[in-house]
Ligand binder design. Structure first.
Ligand code: AMP
Length: 147
């Protein structure tokens, strides 16, 4: 059985464990797909948030969404990138959690998503909670389990 102490973190809120918004690579609504492709390529992230100028979350954009949009019949039509806005390509149906959500509540969502977008009390984008952080917490809990 896992000791009580090792799983205490499950009742902590994620607030102090997120990657804060200023450190999260993102694109803004109105940016074109060429810019987004550049950000995704340079950062190496699989997907990034799309924010409005007031820092409210609008969606998520991945490399796959961009390549899908410029896939022609015989080739990838890179010349179309500059005419496409990220708003047309982004996924808007995404899970979002509040900054005071407990760790135990983000488990299910992080099984299917590598990270979750987090909003503060005012509905502003606060940052992301990654599967990596949860895995590190779990690893620590497992290693402190009594034999
Ligand atoms: P990681 O847990 O570090 O492997 O990150 C998983 C995913 O979370 C990445 O592929 C990105 O989509 C996203 N991510 C992690 N860190 C950042 C960041 N600083 N800015 C934007 N997206 C990030």
């Amino acid at each position: 059985m896992i000791s009580v102490n090792s799983t205490d973190f499950l009742h902590d809120t994620i607030r102090n464990h997120i990657i804060s918004s200023e450190k999260v690579a993102h694109v803004q609504v109105g940016n074109n797909a060429e810019h987004a492709l550049l950000v995704l390529t340079k950062t190496g992230y699989s997907s990034i948030p799309v924010l409005d100028p007031q820092y409210r979350l609008k969606g998520l954009l991945s490399m796959g969404m961009i390549t899908e949009a410029i896939l022609g019949l015989e080739r990838i039509e890179y010349e179309r990138l500059s005419d496409m806005k990220v708003d047309e390509l982004m996924q808007t149906d995404i899970p979002v959690v509040g900054i005071d959500t407990e760790f135990r509540r983000v488990f299910d969502l992080l099984i299917n998503h590598p990270f979750l977008c987090v909003e503060d009390e005012e509905g502003m984008f606060a940052g992301i909670m990654t599967r990596r952080v949860l895995m590190k917490k779990l690893k620590k809990a497992v290693y402190t389990m009594p034999r």
